[in-house]
Design a protein around this ligand. Structure first.
Ligand SMILES: O=C(O)CCC(=O)C(=O)O
Ligand SMILES: [Fe+2]
Length: 270
């Protein structure tokens, strides 16, 4: 695993709000991640969550049939597959996330397989952090390509530096590719950066970076394994997101999100 970040990598991430790392996984690691993903997806039987079909409070219900054809989205596979658990709880991933975010501790918020099936819809420009149950401008995700991600099958695109200005307000993710630019007109004329990646390469992006992806214009699959990271020390903001009803019933707004069964601490500096 190519997990050493240079000071230049960190500076680039802090400026742009994203960073691409080529050849992140070795061929053997890539093979292991692919096997793990295929096993986990088969077992999940189409359910988004380990304990239920859907995520709470997405707020995009009107566009459900469209959104269901953006990608298959399987969340928290680490909780029901040992291989994914081994992959996701790897301290090296946590250390990279911590170094980029500039924090001392990193928890898994949730992992997520994002599989663009043949002919899938595009992923409209959106933000991630406003969906989450905590509000931290440093929160971020890793996105690992398990197939080549190309202009043809739905590679990611980012609006550089956008994370420095966006807020926790949620513009949503609907059918209109560019709807977010109504909320953020200052980025309407920004040049987007495409991130085509060979299988085994990865990117990190800040959860407040405006990002999206092409449609899949091919008969093949575009598989990605991702994980959202929460800096340690964050508190519940009242948004349910991936938390279970049982977990929510025990939480008040302002309570620390520090249950290792739900959000494992995978790295601490000290
Ligand atoms: O894979 C995609 O199409 C979108 C990925 C994304 O939005 C994310 O990882 O936050
Ligand atoms: Fe996203």
């Amino acid at each position: 695993m190519n997990n050493n970040l240079s000071s230049q990598d960190i500076a680039q991430y802090r400026r742009d709000g994203f960073l691409v790392i080529e050849n992140f996984l070795s061929p053997d690691e890539l093979a292991f991640w692919r096997t793990a993903l295929d096993e986990a997806v088969k077992k999940r039987n189409g359910n988004k969550m380990p304990d239920r079909k859907e995520v709470y409070g997405k707020g995009d219900e009107n566009d459900k049939s469209y959104y269901d054809n953006v990608f298959d989205q399987l969340i928290n596979l680490w909780q029901d597959n040992e291989k994914i658990k081994q992959i996701m709880l790897d301290e090296r991933l946590g250390k990279m996330a911590a170094e980029l975010a500039g924090v001392d501790g990193i928890r898994i918020w949730h992992d997520q397989a994002l599989i663009k099936k043949p002919w899938a819809n595009p992923t409209s420009w959106h933000l991630d952090t406003p969906y989450w149950s905590f509000s931290d401008r440093r929160a971020l995700s890793i996105w690992v390509a398990l197939d080549d991600a190309t202009y043809e099958n739905g590679c990611l695109f980012f609006i550089p530096e956008s994370y420095q200005k966006t807020t926790f307000e949620n513009p949503g993710i609907g059918k209109n590719m560019g709807a977010i630019f109504t909320t953020y007109p200052e980025f309407k004329t920004s040049k987007s950066i495409a991130a085509p990646m060979k299988a085994g390469s990865c990117s990190f992006h800040n959860g407040l970076t405006i990002h999206g992806a092409h449609a899949n214009m091919t008969p093949g699959f575009r598989r990605a394994m991702t994980c959202a990271y929460m800096p340690d020390g964050n508190a519940f903001n009242g948004t349910p997101n991936i938390l279970s009803e049982e977990a929510i019933s025990r939480l008040k707004v302002g309570d620390l999100l520090n249950d290792n069964e739900i959000t494992p601490l995978i790295y601490t500096k000290i």
